[in-house]
Design a protein around this ligand. Structure first.
Ligand code: ROI
Length: 160
């Protein structure tokens, strides 16, 4: 199954967090990392009193079920996304989201796929378009059209 994973961080050296997450995704069982978009710097969506984000998207070719994949992503978030601060766990520094899982629509208590925000988030659409320019969403929406309609909102490539 081809699946696209959104990666986001805005704490504790976000570019390093994203790079470490990519390395961890390369080690997933029964899975190949087949494409990797550039790293992007993006303006926060939501509260503006927080640092800019680093975002990217990777393509996986996986034999894991969507839920098994989610479990693996949450392990990576737990292992690498949390920073030890003095005596207690600091804030979450890494988000790994399953954006798409093949052409499937999945709705259960743990997962909503396609990811609910993907169609309007420049920091998902542009990196996804970079590695999957001919993609069509499960509902028939054409990715290139969504991307063309979405303002970059300051989104820039920081490393290829
Ligand atoms: N904003 C940006 N730019 N990138 C993100 O990954 C991101 N993730 C979030 C919220 C808080 C919605 N804002 C974001 O969870």
């Amino acid at each position: 199954m081809i699946s696209y994973i959104g990666i986001g961080s805005n704490q504790a050296d976000p570019a390093q967090q994203a790079t470490m997450a990519i390395e961890a995704l390369k080690r997933l069982p029964n899975t190949q990392l087949t494409k990797c978009a550039s790293l992007y710097a993006s303006t926060p969506m939501g509260p503006q009193d927080q640092p800019d984000y680093v975002n990217t998207v990777v393509e996986l070719d996986t034999q894991l079920s969507a839920l098994a994949l989610l479990d693996e992503l949450q392990k990576i978030e737990f292992n690498q996304g949390r920073v030890r601060k003095a005596t207690r766990w600091g804030p979450r520094t890494l988000d790994l989201d399953i954006i798409l899982y093949g052409n499937q629509k999945i709705n259960n208590t743990r997962l909503t796929i396609p990811h609910y925000g993907m169609k309007v988030r420049e920091f998902v659409l542009y990196p996804l378009f970079e590695i999957a320019e001919n993609l069509v969403l499960p509902d028939g929406t054409v990715l290139s059209q969504l991307t063309a309609q979405c303002d970059r909102n300051g989104l820039i490539i920081i490393s290829e």
